[in-house]
Design a protein around this ligand. Structure first.
Ligand code: PAF
Length: 283
């Protein structure tokens, strides 16, 4: 595995490797790898000839009061894990390589970035994601890019950018990877102390409870949400949001007719956690 720091080196390496129609995959990450990241790398490895993983803690998607300075970083460990997954190129640029002096472009997706995490974290968050991901697509020119479904809203934002800007890249969303007790894997789980770690399992249990009432015939949004809310309440978790939204447009829905997502965000101990579950529609 090559570790590359510059855009010029990545382009040269990919140009040399992209012979005879060989496919190129990109897995964009901010490092601090866990099984969720590794599952994206495995999917990319199985389906493509060349696998590029980007490791860049993107400053523009963090708010002033967020955890940019404390975000977990361990490039040496990440490099070992990526190499063990058969990754060909780890692109780990410095911030100045991605945002040189004079950088002035911002990609803003209207509508779906203004709700849920966009409302909680501020508009800069998805602007930062959309802009850096578009840059990474420009640098790597992948045939396909892999994202985790845990960040369901991010996946929809990236799909929107790809559609609207006619970017020639296929987006694959891979299933959420969970710990044995159901907690969705996240780089931010390291912020949880033992009590908060136990409390955090309520997010997945709340989604389980919502899915259970859906499967037993409840289609009404309030009924589904209240099943989840009561689990969160028992765990003393006050959700930042717990919302039922259309799975494609993120418009609020009152009942599950088409596929919907139940999305939750909550502060648990020192971590802000998100999770979601597909609520399968009948239509
Ligand atoms: O999901 C992440 O880790 C980041 O938001 C991404 C897609 C790598 C952009 O910085």
């Amino acid at each position: 595995m090559r570790i590359l720091r510059t855009i010029a080196d990545v382009r040269a390496e990919i140009r040399a490797a992209r012979t005879d129609g060989r496919s190129v995959a990109l897995v964009p990450t901010m490092g601090a790898f866990h099984e969720g990241h590794l599952s994206l790398m495995r999917a990319a490895r199985e389906e493509n000839d060349l696998v590029v993983v980007s490791l860049f803690v993107n400053p523009t998607q963090f708010g002033a009061n967020e955890d940019l300075s404390t975000y977990p970083r361990d490039e040496a460990r990440d490099a070992e894990l990526a190499e063990a997954e058969g990754v060909d190129i780890l692109f780990a640029p410095a911030a100045a390589e991605i945002y040189p002096d004079g950088f002035a472009t911002n990609i803003h997706v209207a509508g779906i970035t203004e709700v849920l995490d966009g409302a909680s974290r501020g508009a800069h968050h998805f602007d930062g994601v959309a802009t850096v991901v578009t840059k990474l697509f420009g640098i790597v020119a992948p045939d396909v890019a892999y994202f985790g479904q845990k960040d369901a809203q991010q996946v929809l934002v990236v799909r929107r950018v790809v559609r609207d800007l006619d970017l020639d890249v296929r987006i694959v969303a891979c299933p959420i990877v969970r710990e044995a007790d159901g907690l969705a894997m996240s780089s931010r789980n390291v912020y949880l102390d033992a009590d908060a770690r136990a409390q955090a399992t309520a997010l997945n249990r709340a989604l389980d409870a919502a899915e259970a009432v859906l499967v037993s015939g409840e289609r009404d949004g309030d009924g589904i949400r209240s099943a989840a809310l009561s689990v969160l309440g028992e765990a003393s978790i006050d959700a930042e949001y717990l919302e039922l939204r259309d799975a494609e447009t993120l418009q609020p829905v009152d009942a599950v007719e088409r596929d919907a997502l139940l999305l939750v965000a909550a502060r648990v101990g020192a971590a802000r956690l998100i999770d979601n579950r597909l609520m399968r529609g009948v239509a």
